[in-house]
Design a binder for this molecule. Structure first.
Ligand code: NCD
Length: 292
């Protein structure tokens, strides 16, 4: 049995096979690949895209989804997360999809369940399905020619689990990842070049991945207002000029803080294509992990 806790759980070959399936699923037809299977989602943090993309992916494959409403679950009666998961597992679902604010929690549960666990985001650690859909979007955009492409991840790289997963995944496909962030958001890792200002590298990059500032994970106030941050880090028409750069963002976008209104309707922006790809890549992941 395989789980998806971090992108390293899948080999490069497995990822390319996933992408072949994802490409087929782009017709968005409903199939019966997972007919009769039941998938439980446990989201202890807010979600718009990830949760609905998983639900649509499951339904497109013919599976049923049970979404635990954590607000009304027994967690509020004092049950531990381990007991909640043990109880869900005792109902014999075919997979559990989980989002939680504790880094590493989904990984610690894998030895206590009888079905695949899929990490839908654990604190600031990892968000493997987001990184896989980002990679798929990049692969499709460059017709598979990802070798040597330069990707700038811009914004709160220190606290972003999307950056956490992408900085490890994209180099496995020949890409060079650098970070653009103010000092307070820079990453502790020295594996990647870090820049204070996007103008330093804008002429060299093929992809810009903008990130949301993770205010809910900060213990201190770094900026008086997000507008102060936006002055230097918002991606605008002026930032890109007429350069041919692919613009990505995992969502939710803070308009005119992360990306300007104008760039959100610019054809170089593939944010909504990422969302569509989020469904088909998750379909491929569910098929791989559940259909044995
Ligand atoms: C991200 C998340 O929750 O990690 N969103 C997503 O899943 N698409 C990024 C964010 O919240 O900024």
């Amino acid at each position: 049995m395989q789980h998806l806790i971090r992108t390293a759980d899948f080999s490069k070959e497995e990822i390319l096979e996933l992408f072949n399936d994802a490409r087929e699923f782009l017709d968005m037809k409903t199939r019966d690949v997972l007919k009769g299977k039941i998938i439980v989602t446990l989201f202890f943090e807010n979600s718009t895209r990830t949760r609905s993309a998983f639900e649509i992916a499951a339904k497109r494959l013919g599976a049923e989804i049970v979404s635990l409403d954590v607000g009304t679950s027994s967690r509020s009666k004092g049950e531990t997360i381990f007991d909640t998961v043990a109880n869900i597992n005792a109902m014999k679902p075919d997979a559990i999809i989980m989002r939680h604010s504790d880094c590493g929690l989904p990984g610690t549960l894998v030895n206590h369940v009888d079905c695949p666990i899929i990490n839908a985001g654990d604190g600031k650690h990892a968000h493997p399905t987001q990184a896989l859909l980002d990679l798929f979007t990049i692969v499709e955009h460059f017709d598979g020619q990802t070798d040597g492409k330069k990707v700038a991840i811009v914004g709160d790289v220190r606290t972003s689990r999307v950056a956490g997963s992408n900085r490890k995944l994209l180099p496995r496909f020949g890409m060079e990842v650098c970070f653009v962030a103010p000092e307070c958001f820079q990453h502790e890792s020295s594996d990647h070049k870090q820049h204070n200002n996007i103008s330093e590298i804008i002429d060299e990059v093929d992809v810009v991945m903008s990130l949301r500032t993770q205010l809910e994970r900060h213990n201190e106030i770094y900026f008086q207002s997000l507008n102060d941050y936006a002055k230097d880090y918002c991606i605008t028409k002026d930032t890109f000029g007429d350069r041919n750069i692919l613009l990505l963002h995992p969502g939710p976008v803070n308009r005119n803080v992360d990306i300007s209104d104008e760039m959100l309707v610019d054809p170089r922006n593939k944010v909504l294509e990422q969302v569509t790809n989020g469904v088909v890549v998750r379909m491929a992941i569910l098929k791989k992990l559940i259909k044995q």
